[in-house]
Design a protein around this ligand. Structure first.
Ligand SMILES: NC(=O)c1ccc[n+]([C@@H]2O[C@H](COP(=O)([O-])OP(=O)(O)OC[C@H]3O[C@@H](n4cnc5c(N)ncnc54)[C@H](O)[C@@H]3O)[C@@H](O)[C@H]2O)c1
Length: 355
């Protein structure tokens, strides 16, 4: 993105290219869940094209966005004899994508990498845009670098093995794109909830392509329209606070974002003239796909997160300015504006009104 161009290929059974200039070695990176399900097919694909392939498997889960796991990849890269012409292939969800992308950005001061996203979230969000990184004990994504992949290959068949809870969590980001940019996408989702939940391939192909196109357009326009990219964070101010308060071991990202979107939409009704029927529509869609709309409905949150805890978490969020959280609000379905700073009493009052 930006001035770098790369292909995003989406479809049933699509495979990465193998004819990269000069490449002789590939380091495949995946996690302990994805490797046994999809690793061999991708390994055999590269090996069949005459490339040398080594496979590094990191533990599944957020804890693998760590310096230890990055070192595991550097060790694997050296053992595989990867030089500057080598390619890292990130086969997995956002964790593997962020980690392997970070390792590719830093190994030998930067080598090429391919994103093969295997979760819905990774297909519509994390594999596109070039943000890579790892976590520190003090917080998420505190170390990272922009490094664009040379290709993103989303094989929708891989979603078949994704646990239902992970799949539904990914739908939160899909809904977000509709709210901030594309009302027609929301219409499509509303009309096809059953097929969506059945992971209908043809429907998903269109939806994933649309989400990637929206992310690419927003990020590209950000260079001209200052801070436009921030609209991608609709629902994320409270969502991140919920994740942080749960020490990233509670609700999934998409579940926290779903509640955060309901909150942001309620703020939008009060402070950005979002029509109340639009709020109701959004809330109904979030419910229809099986996502939570209230803190009390969040799995493993204890159901009782307090405003003071969440408000404190917002203060330390990377996107706060001088401790003041900034909100993205929707002015109508399909349009959003970033940068709203609202008084604390208004934030708390709206929070208390969420049920
Ligand atoms: N770089 C970005 O722009 C960006 C954007 C959004 C999120 N992220 C990051 O993405 C991460 C979350 O990504 P995620 O939600 O994909 O989580 P994840 O990578 O942890 O995957 C979720 C779970 O599903 C399993 N899994 C993945 N694909 C599977 C498949 N096809 N079949 C069966 N199991 C499968 C994984 O092993 C894991 O247990 C976070 O670290 C977040 O910070 C990055």
């Amino acid at each position: 993105m930006g001035t770098t161009r790369y292909d995003i290929r989406i479809g049933s059974g699509v495979l990465p290219a193998t004819d990269w200039e000069d490449a002789q070695s590939v380091l495949l990176v995946s996690d302990a869940n994805v490797a046994p399900l999809h690793g061999e097919r991708i390994r055999a694909h590269f090996a069949g094209a005459g490339l040398r392939v080594e496979h590094v498997v990191v533990p599944a889960g957020e804890t693998s966005k760590s310096t230890d796991a990055a070192h595991q990849i550097y060790d694997g890269a050296l053992a595989a004899g990867l030089d500057r012409r080598g390619i890292i292939v990130a086969l997995g969800g956002g964790v593997v994508g962020d980690l392997a992308g970070y390792a590719a950005a830093t190994f030998l001061r930067g080598i090429r990498y391919v994103q093969v996203p295997t979760t819905l979230l990774a297909m519509v969000d994390s594999s596109v845009g070039g943000k890579t990184g790892i976590n520190l004990a003090q917080g998420k994504n505190l170390v990272g670098v922009f490094h664009q992949p040379i290709e993103v290959v989303a094989d929708l068949d891989m979603l078949v093995t994704l646990p239902a809870r992970e799949y539904v969590a990914g739908l939160a980001e899909v809904i977000k794109y509709g709210v901030i940019w594309d009302k027609a996408l929301l219409d499509l989702l509303e009309k096809n909830v059953d097929q969506l939940l059945a992971r209908d391939g043809a429907l998903l192909a269109g939806i994933v392509a649309r989400c990637c196109a929206i992310k690419a357009e927003v990020v590209a326009r950000d260079e001209r329209e200052h801070d436009l990219r921030a609209i991608l964070n609709f629902g994320h101010t409270l969502g991140h606070a919920i994740e942080n308060a749960g020490r990233y071991a509670g609700p999934l990202h998409g579940e926290a974002i779903a509640v955060g979107m309901v909150y942001a939409a309620q703020l939008s009704v009060r402070h950005a003239d979002l029509p109340l029927p639009d709020f109701d529509r959004l809330r109904a869609l979030i419910t229809a796909v099986g996502l939570p709309v209230a803190l009390s409905a969040l799995p493993s949150s204890g159901g009782a997160q307090q405003w003071s805890v969440l408000r404190a978490a917002m203060t330390v969020d990377k996107k706060s300015v001088a401790g003041r959280p900034r909100f993205v609000l929707a002015t109508e379905l399909g349009a959003a504006r970033p940068g709203y700073e609202l008084p604390d009493d208004a934030l708390e009052e709206t929070f208390n009104a969420l049920d």
